[in-house]
Design a protein around this ligand. Structure first.
Ligand code: HEC
Ligand code: HEC
Length: 334
């Protein structure tokens, strides 16, 4: 593994920059902006009226005690199916769950979520658990090529080994499906995976969240909330400010942005933004997508509600809310 160790400061990047380096950096910067998918794709069918998820399995919010059902829960909380299932077209049927084909539009081209089922040719049938862990933890393909951060591994890298193993067990339990992967349709020169090495060096910090030594009840809840928010449900991918190079600004985490992934503003989730709502309002919003005024949230967030926040256990949802309430209050961007 040639990955730079965790503790090396990224500040060294600020050293005098030569023009070719600057040019490459700018190119990489463009990358980040364009790699952000426009909204979190999802499917209305994720949770249908009969209480079954679109994968046909009953929606059971209680985390069960075997690897496959724990992995199923993690997969919902991580919104995996949304990006890895083709959407219904013109009133037609959705694609086979997890068989890929969902188009993720960006201003610079379209990504297609790949097939994650255990099919030998079309899916991950030849992968071992270690290949999966490497993909999620390091953003690397089994052949060593870099993944585009349209796959939110900069968040998933924070997942624990145990959770990654459970996710893998769940993916292995899916019926194999032969739907072939669709090549991404990216404009020149953004299709070059090797450019991602530079982007990752600047903006990607691999490794699981360090387990909090905190043992007391409120601290344990906050630690769980931080894990759900950052590692699993990747709220900050949309709700954080980004610098001109497209990296998440460490001083603007979850503080919203005047220009989010769709060019529209994304609200501030620190107490400055959320103090207008009490816990009941916030919980109701995260379960139904309805604001206290009776407004329905815009589609990007409605999808997150359908796929992720409404699927969390009451305990995880409470922890997520407690974590948001505990954030430093940051001003909103104008
Ligand atoms: C916002 C959309 C999005 C979400 C959410 C998402 N993925 Fe993906 N995923 C992608 C895209 C796009 C790629 C392809 C990246 C590339 O080709 O560089 C990908 C690639 C992958 C790959 C590599 C597949 C291969 O054939 O090489 C795996 C494994 C994977 N995702 C697993 C997951 C899991 C598990 C989750 C949920 C915890 C998840 N993804 C959530 C968009 C997403
Ligand atoms: C794909 C991008 C995306 C992701 C991921 C995302 N959000 Fe949002 N969220 C939005 C957008 C866009 C809005 C504004 C919607 C509107 O204007 O109706 C929003 C609105 C909200 C609001 C309403 C705030 C207000 O002041 O009106 C809350 C609360 C919220 N999101 C919480 C979350 C949480 C918690 C997560 C992680 C589980 C999350 N969001 C993940 C895009 C996202």
């Amino acid at each position: 593994m040639s990955h730079r160790p965790h503790h090396i400061s990224k500040a060294s990047v600020a050293a005098p920059v030569t023009w070719p380096v600057a040019a490459t950096t700018l190119l990489l910067a463009l990358f980040t902006l364009l790699l952000l998918p426009l909204g979190n794709p999802a499917s209305a069918a994720d949770k249908s009226a009969d209480g079954k998820a679109a994968d046909g399995k009953a929606v059971d919010k209680k985390p069960a005690d075997n690897a496959v059902s724990r992995g199923q829960y993690l997969s919902r909380a991580g919104g995996c199916m949304a990006c890895h299932t083709a959407e219904a077209k013109d009133g037609g049927k959705e694609g086979v769950p997890y068989a890929g084909g969902r188009a993720l539009k960006t201003p610079f081209g379209t990504f297609y979520g790949p097939n994650l089922t255990p099919h030998t040719e079309a899916g991950l049938g030849r992968w071992g658990e270690q290949d999966f862990i490497r993909a999620m933890r390091l953003g690397l393909r089994p052949d060593g090529a870099h993944y585009f951060p349209a796959f939110p591994y900069p968040s998933f890298t924070k997942l624990s080994d145990a959770d990654l193993k459970d996710l893998w067990a769940y993916l292995r339990s899916l019926p194999p499906d032969a739907t072939p992967n669709r090549a991404h349709d990216l404009q020149f020169p953004f299709g070059f995976r090797f450019l991602l090495a530079g982007w990752k060096w600047l903006y990607f910090t691999p490794g699981p969240m360090s387990p909090d030594a905190a043992q007391s009840a409120p601290q344990a809840q906050l630690a769980r909330g931080a894990y759900v928010t950052q590692a699993l449900s990747h709220c900050g991918e949309c709700h954080s400010g980004r610098n001109v190079l497209g990296g998440i600004r460490k001083d603007r985490i979850l503080a919203g942005a005047a220009k989010g992934p769709e060019g529209k503003s994304v609200p501030n989730l620190t107490p400055t933004g959320l103090k207008k709502w009490d816990d009941n309002d916030l919980r109701e919003f995260l379960l139904s997508g309805m604001t206290p005024d009776g407004d329905v949230t815009a589609e990007a967030m409605a999808e997150v509600v359908r796929n992720t926040t409404s699927q969390l256990t009451a305990q995880d949802l409470t922890a997520l809310m407690a974590y948001l309430r505990s954030l430093p209050a940051l001003p909103s961007e104008k």
